[in-house]
Design a protein around this ligand. Structure first.
Ligand code: NAD
Length: 497
């Protein structure tokens, strides 16, 4: 593996406040931002979908045109390689905006329902109405797409937004705010569609308690629980996109080359700091050795460093690197063996770890049960499909997952058996890039969905409209109750049971 190493004296100063240049928004300012967003809501929500989409197309265009500048900010805040930021953040976001623009109107159009035979004299309709102000709290690992995803869903649906980016990557959040500001200046309107507040968790907590009408949170399980608890006080609805420990199952008949390459990308892109990264692999015994050999071969050729020309960059910050190192050390102390990588190193001034392949692993190790969120790929041999599924589901998490093989029935069987919000077949993580597919987790991986029709509708509240069709003077169940109603109802039950 070739590595771009800098001296440890150049290590990023990861003191308590990572970005002293960024001011923490005060409680008073958070409340004012929400107030301004509420005023803007009265204007923005009154627009037609087409008018909103026209404005957001300008933002999309500006984002695409500013890709180089935005990528620079992402790279500077996260330490990932530029191409990765471009592909997995900017392109994915632009495509998602295109999808909402093209499909959002239909997804949010009022829907007629069948009233049923007994209610044939009524008509029913579902309307999707925006909540008002949506508070968005985002993490540091994909700071652009995980802020912009919920922001644009909220906006297309007619809401306005106050967003708090992670304190680890605040400049990306600020750049997102600038995009919206530039377009607002150009059209001379909608200056408070998206307001960015900055600071640590307590600023996020203030936002949750500020009277926003919906909270969309992406981050860890622990913080997600705190957010839900705070939101419960005002019964503010939440979408929670939380952590994962995503399993990959390799069946005996899998294409070994493809599966190995998929595992390496799924585990190591963004240095494994991906909620839907491949965090553990279960391989049927017939495929185990060839799969492992191929994974080790590819991993040992990976180029890790900062800047273009590398396959993976740095870990974003020391706290995460320390968690990964602790998981690695725990596994090794319990008998795990490093098949590739395993060393600490400094990449672009940040403490990192080499892409590492681990074998001899089992579920007594944190590396197989807790979210590692780093460039580690533990691989375990299993006897058969049944054991693979049992181990894959032996987790509190259920975000993404994958199964690799050739027999369509086996692939379908495993996909059905996996306890996860998303399953990829002969691929990994790609479900996130299919904008039409709802994305989200089961179990401790979260509540609610982003992307697709479900993601858009999750930024709305449904209003049910029941309408009388014929304008009769009375209804049979109205007062005074007709004497025959009781008997009539019993007869009806006999007929309809
Ligand atoms: P985190 O929970 O530490 O922080 C997330 C955000 O919450 C930050 O902006 C933080 O300032 C804020 N926050 C902290 N305390 C808060 C509080 N009490 N109230 C409100 N906001 C608060 O998570 P992180 O370390 O930034 O991100 C990594 C985690 O995010 C991983 O667990 C990863 O799996 C998860 N994640 C999930 C998805 C998904 O879509 N499911 C995507 C990316 C990351």
């Amino acid at each position: 593996m070739s590595v771009a190493v800098t001296k440890s004296s150049e290590t990023t100063n990861q003191a308590v406040k990572l970005h002293p240049d960024v001011i923490d928004t005060t409680e008073e300012e958070v409340l004012k931002a929400v107030e301004r967003a509420r005023e803007e809501f009265s204007i923005w929500s009154a627009l037609s979908f087409k008018e909103r989409a026209k404005h957001l197309a300008k933002v999309r265009k500006l984002l695409a045109e500013s890709a180089d500048e935005i990528v620079d900010v992402i790279v500077s805040d996260t330490g990932k390689v530029p191409t990765e930021a471009l592909v997995n953040e900017v392109v994915v976001t632009v495509e998602l905006m295109r999808w909402y623009g093209a499909n959002g109107e239909k997804a949010l159009a009022p829907t007629k329902v069948n009233p049923g035979i007994l209610m044939a004299h009524k008509s029913g309709e579902i309307r999707y109405e925006p909540y008002g102000v949506v508070g968005i709290i985002s993490p540091w690992n994909y700071p652009l797409t995980l802020s912009m995803g919920p922001i644009v869903a909220a906006l297309f649906a007619g809401n306005t937004v106050v967003v708090k980016p992670s304190e680890v990557t605040p400049h990306v959040g600020i750049a997102v705010g600038e995009l919206f500001k530039k377009v607002a200046n150009e059209v001379g309107a909608y200056h408070n569609l998206v307001q960015v507040i900055t600071g640590p968790g307590k600023v996020g907590d203030t936002l949750v308690r500020s009277g926003v009408d919906k909270v969309a949170f992406t981050g860890s399980v622990k913080t997600g629980q705190a957010v839900m608890k705070a939101a419960a006080e005002t019964l503010t609805p939440v979408v929670l996109e939380l952590g994962g420990k995503d399993p990959m199952i390799v069946l005996a008949d899998a294409d070994i080359d493809r599966a190995a390459r998929g595992a390496v990308w799924g585990a190591f892109t963004n240095s494994g700091q991906t909620c839907m990264a491949v965090e553990r692999v279960y391989v049927e015994k017939e495929a185990y050795q060839p799969f492992l050999d191929k994974v080790v071969e590819i991993t040992s050729k990976l180029k890790q460093g900062s800047g273009d020309g590398f396959d993976l960059g740095a870990m974003t910050w020391k706290r995460q690197k320390d968690i990964v190192r602790a998981h690695l050390d725990d596994a090794i102390s319990k008998g795990a063996v490093v098949a590739a990588g395993g060393n600490d190193l400094i990449v672009g001034g940040r403490e990192s770890i080499e892409p590492t392949v681990l074998v001899n692993v089992n579920h007594s190790m944190a590396i197989m049960t807790e979210e590692t969120f780093g460039p580690i790929l533990p691989i375990m041999e299993v006897a058969n499909e049944k054991e693979a599924l049992e181990l894959a589901n032996d987790s509190i998490y259920g975000l993404n997952s994958s199964v690799w093989g050739k027999d369509p029935q086996a692939l379908d069987r495993v996909a059905s058996g996996l306890q996860a919000g998303n399953v990829c077949i002969n691929d990994t993580m790609v479900s996130y890039a299919l904008s039409a597919l709802p994305f989200g987790g089961v179990k401790y991986s979260g509540i609610g969905r982003t992307h697709g029709v479900e993601g858009l509708r999750s930024m709305t509240q449904t209003k049910s409209i029941a309408r009388d069709r014929f304008g009769l003077k009375t209804e049979m169940q109205w007062m005074p109750l007709p004497s025959w109603l009781g008997k009539g109802a019993k007869l009806l039950l006999k007929l309809r049971k």
